[in-house]
Write a protein that binds this ligand. Structure first.
Ligand code: ZN
Length: 269
């Protein structure tokens, strides 16, 4: 975990755990002489994984039900989420695309990511541009995180950035050629349909092979969101929202799964 993530988590812990009356800010309570994790601590543990996965904070409190997105798309994502263990085992991802911005591609992708987190998989989210520029740094922190992840979300695969036969396009094409067949599912959000992909970076066949392709149609909700920006400025994240409570409970119940996985990894090397 890097310094920025630690600072963010310390601040959240102050607000969420230290002020919680039920456990007097300790994060634990005593029941039948046993120390058990308080609700605030369960939520905090889940948030640690959200931060580690780099899921943007705006998506923490969303849920598939709440999204203002065509039901058809939701059903498709719901089906994927339902079978996420298989998807991760078989390395099958999703490719969301649309010509318009703000139709909810990132929201859908983050719903998948959060389900994987609740099931204790290692997840990593970032924008394609950020990932590619990390390749040119010394320690390649992001590339390392992608290597360690069970599921990767790549957002803003943008045709404007891709000039045919430019160095950037070449880097992007190479990166996607490496990661798509790597056995881990990749969830992608893009403004290119498959013909445009083929024109720019020639990986259409790989996407066809490793991703479920979904064109996301709908109105641009980012405009609507923009009207609410003023409200957002005042609004603090509600740590005890329905969504965070139920997600963290599920994450908590899967705690053993995580240790099982660690155990297996150590045994199998
Ligand atoms: Zn508490």
């Amino acid at each position: 975990m890097n310094k920025k993530e630690l600072e963010q988590l310390n601040k959240i812990k102050e607000e969420l755990v230290k002020t919680h009356k039920k456990c007097s800010g300790t994060g634990y309570s005593i029941k039948d002489k046993k120390s058990i994790k308080c609700e605030c601590m369960k939520i905090f543990s889940y948030i640690i994984d959200l931060v580690k996965s780099n899921i943007p904070i705006d998506y923490w409190n969303l849920s598939l039900n709440k999204l203002e997105i065509n039901e058809k798309h939701k059903t498709k994502v719901e089906k994927y989420i339902h079978k996420i263990d298989n998807a991760i085992q078989k390395g099958i991802g999703m490719y969301f695309f649309s010509n318009t911005r703000g139709v909810g591609k990132t929201s859908l992708a983050c719903e998948i990511a959060k389900e994987a987190i609740r099931k204790r998989y290692v997840v990593y989210y970032n924008l394609l541009q950020v990932i590619i520029s990390d390749k040119f740094t010394d320690n390649q922190e992001i590339i390392e995180k992608i290597k360690d992840a069970d599921l990767v979300v790549i957002d803003e695969i943008d045709k404007v950035a891709m000039k045919k036969e430019s160095n950037l396009s070449f880097q992007i094409e190479n990166f996607l050629r490496e990661i798509l067949p790597s056995g881990k599912p990749v969830i992608m959000c893009s403004n290119m349909n498959l013909n445009e992909v083929e024109e720019k970076i020639e990986i259409q066949s790989l996407i066809n092979r490793y991703c479920i392709i979904t064109e996301v149609k709908g109105e641009d909700f980012s405009k609507k969101k923009n009207n609410k920006l003023d409200d957002l400025l005042d609004e603090k994240l509600n740590y005890f929202s329905k969504e965070l409570i139920s997600s963290s409970q599920k994450h908590y119940e899967n705690e053993n799964k995580y240790y099982e996985k660690q155990y297996k990894e150590n045994i199998e090397g």
